[in-house]
Write a protein that binds this ligand. Structure first.
Ligand code: PHE
Length: 376
């Protein structure tokens, strides 16, 4: 018999012997086998390691064959090398299978000696989820990104210039009263709206088309049942040649139907913002009462026909402000108001979340009550 055949036969025999030793032991006997006293002879794991080294080790029999190859005539080497490689592959496969069997036996053995019942169900690790406001924010961003808008950010602590002056709100302007501002010092404020992103972006991207969506936290000295000193807005700015008020309305209508369902209607009410002209407040039909002003179907505590608390029985929900970019703003940031027009809007994410999920009270959003949050 060739040495290579001889090794193969011996390998098969050795592996088989160890295999039947492992298979022959019941789980109850296994602990002794796996880690038991050495009087019983080496454990199967130990035997396995020895065998593996003997055949596959650096100085093992199969490597020995390869080393011996140098003594063969050149024309015999390729054929011999192929046979040795086949033998090595065979050995590796046999050992891999055997190792698995031994590990199973060891696990069975350690379980047999313990009080652990592996058939009992495990402890469930409770999974968290995104806060409903975060979900809404992500959904708004995704929608506008789908229309080709770019995500932008601006500082929450900002210079008066960005939050007010460049937005056409000079220091003595009465519209400053609309924003009860947290002042850090004379010139630095906590931003009262996300509109500061408009100024930052136009200053850093001069003379080029702009399409941005910019969510973020804003701050106002305001704290009652429907207002919180810190809340979230999402701002949008589009600037290009020939951007019209109709583009604004079309974009918002598309978004409203995406967000609140195909039956949603909307309206613009004339309004005033120093940085847009003309300006409007956008309302959408109340999701909760379907624009009727009364709750159509009762719940546990609210009988049908009750006045809708979400829209205060008007059938409409105020979403936010919008308008065409005021030429004065272009002037402040050094843009050519003859060349460019644009539109902007700014919405409260808190409000939109309430509307979308029919949440009747804004305070649910910040109470951190798990019974509420687990529903999302
Ligand atoms: N910044 C305004 C607010 O907070 C909303 C707005 C944004 C209005 C953009 C017009 C254009 O009330």
């Amino acid at each position: 018999m060739q040495p290579i055949d001889e090794i193969r036969v011996r390998l098969d025999g050795d592996v088989q012997k160890l295999e039947s030793r492992v298979a022959g032991k019941s789980a109850a006997q296994a602990p002794a086998l796996a880690s038991g006293p050495e009087e019983e002879g080496p454990t199967p794991a130990r035997q396995f390691e020895d065998l593996k080294v003997r055949y596959l080790g650096k100085k093992g029999e199969i490597s020995g064959l390869l080393r011996a190859m140098g003594t063969l005539p050149a024309e015999e080497r390729p054929g011999f090398g192929k046979l040795v490689n086949e033998l090595r592959d065979r050995a590796e496969a046999l050992f891999a299978a055997l190792q698995e069997r031994i590990q199973e036996m060891e696990i069975a053995g350690s379980l047999a000696g313990s009080k652990l019942d592996p058939t009992l169900p495990g402890y469930r690790v409770p999974l968290g989820s995104l806060h409903p406001m975060s979900q809404v924010r992500e959904e708004i961003i995704a929608f506008f990104q789908g229309l080709g808008f770019e995500l932008a950010v601006a500082p929450e602590v900002d210079n008066d210039w960005y939050n007010f002056e460049a937005l056409n709100i000079p220091p003595d302007h009465p519209s400053r009263d609309m924003h009860d501002t947290f002042y850090v010092d004379d010139k630095v404020v906590l931003r009262t709206h996300t509109s500061n992103v408009q100024v930052h972006y136009m200053e850093t991207h001069p003379d080029q088309p702009i399409r941005i969506i910019a969510p973020g936290f804003v701050y106002r000295v305001d704290n009652d049942a429907t207002h919180s000193p810190m809340f979230q807005q999402v701002e949008c700015l589009v600037v290009d040649k020939d951007i019209s008020f109709a583009n604004l309305k079309g974009t918002l209508f598309l978004w409203a139907r995406h967000m609140f369902g195909a039956e949603t209607t909307m309206r613009f009410r004339p309004s005033y913002f120093p940085f847009t002209e003309p300006s409007a407040e956008m309302d959408v039909s109340c999701y909760f009462c379907k624009g009727t002003g009364t709750v159509p179907t009762g719940t546990g505590t609210v009988p049908a026909g009750t006045g809708c608390r979400v829209c205060k029985q008007t059938g409409w929900i105020e979403i936010g402000g919008c308008g065409s970019v005021d030429p004065n703003v272009f002037g402040k940031v050094g843009w050519d108001a003859e060349k460019y027009t644009g539109f902007a809007f700014g919405f409260g994410i808190d409000r939109i979340t309430m509307l979308k999920y029919g949440i009747p009270d804004i305070s649910y959003l910040t109470r951190n009550d798990n019974r509420f949050l687990r529903q999302f």
